[in-house]
Design a protein around this ligand. Structure first.
Ligand SMILES: [Zn+2]
Ligand SMILES: [Zn+2]
Length: 299
């Protein structure tokens, strides 16, 4: 906990300057736009498909999980209808691999946030690659959010994703909404609630949506409709699912309404994840020793 508290002070994405998050997002937008332009120049994707496909990406980076799932179903149907004869059994083989990669992405980002990889400069690199896969705000934002979770676990106001009072599906649906609400609160705690800070925050929210769009478009441009819809998107959904699962099921609401943090290893899914994903459901141990790469090995 002390380590988390100390680390949190260095997470300055919302405290070193009122537009620090905005600058980071603009940098992301510029970098991924340039890379994507290079990819499109190389593969000429939109000479073979319509620009209308871009519209199908819009639900995928919204905050509510229900829109992401709805958009995924529509996109998958469009891909199956357009490429019926080109979709082979290979995509079926790739499906479990993409589910595993999605889970791995959540675990690696989490370990990078705790600065576990050595040498330590690897952590932000691994973190940014995972954040690109997760179409998220980025490594420093997740680091801030996650340290808040360690410091204020299950506090209904200050934990960015408290599970108390939610069913699992309502929790997974509002996960990003809860995080955005907490980020906004931290921002106004730091910079005060004035017209200027309101405007700066709104601009940064818009930049966040733009940066998520650019990251999504990067993957679509790189992979094309078939691989994007049938391999990338399942791995993206799988990341969201695992992240919500280990935060929800391990923070267990007791009969008296209080929360206890658990190590879970009592069904085939938890066992499989613990064995292949470095003890990810040993979350009680993780809260006790956040720097352990595999909390399953802590007694
Ligand atoms: Zn936790
Ligand atoms: Zn953690």
């Amino acid at each position: 906990m002390n380590e988390a508290r100390k680390k949190s002070r260095s997470d300055r994405i919302l405290s070193k300057h009122p537009f620090a998050l905005g600058k980071y997002l603009v940098l992301n937008i510029v970098i991924y736009s340039i890379v994507t332009a290079g990819i499109l120049f190389w593969n000429r994707l939109f000479e073979t498909i319509s620009w209308w496909w871009v519209l199908s990406l819009l639900p995928l980076f919204l905050n509510h999980f229900r829109y992401i799932i709805g958009g995924t179903l529509l996109l998958s149907m469009a891909v199956f209808a357009t490429y019926t004869t080109e979709i082979t059994w290979i995509y079926l083989l790739l499906f479990p691999a993409s589910i595993y990669v999605g889970h791995l992405s959540a675990v690696l980002l989490h370990n990078a946030v705790h600065n576990i990889f050595r040498p330590s400069w690897l952590n932000p690199i691994i973190g940014e690659v995972c954040a690109l896969h997760q179409i998220s705000a980025g490594f420093p934002v997740f680091r801030l959010v996650h340290y808040q979770h360690h410091i204020h676990s299950d506090d209904p106001e200050k934990d960015p994703h408290p599970s108390l009072g939610y069913t699992f599906w309502s929790y997974i649906d509002v996960g990003r909404v809860l995080v955005m609400k907490r980020l906004k609160a931290i921002y106004f705690e730091n910079w005060g609630d004035s017209e200027k800070s309101q405007n700066l925050w709104k601009t940064q929210e818009i930049l966040l949506v733009c940066s998520r769009f650019v990251k999504t478009f990067f993957w679509f441009s790189l992979l094309g409709p078939k691989l994007f819809a049938l391999v990338f998107v399942p791995s993206y959904i799988s990341y969201i699912y695992l992240f919500a699962s280990f935060n929800y099921f391990t923070h267990h609401e007791k009969d008296d309404g209080t929360i206890e943090i658990l190590n879970l290893d009592n069904n085939w899914y938890f066992k499989f994840c613990n064995k292949t994903l470095f003890g990810v459901f040993y979350h009680k141990n993780h809260h006790l020793r956040p720097r352990l790469f595999n909390p399953m090995h802590f007694n």
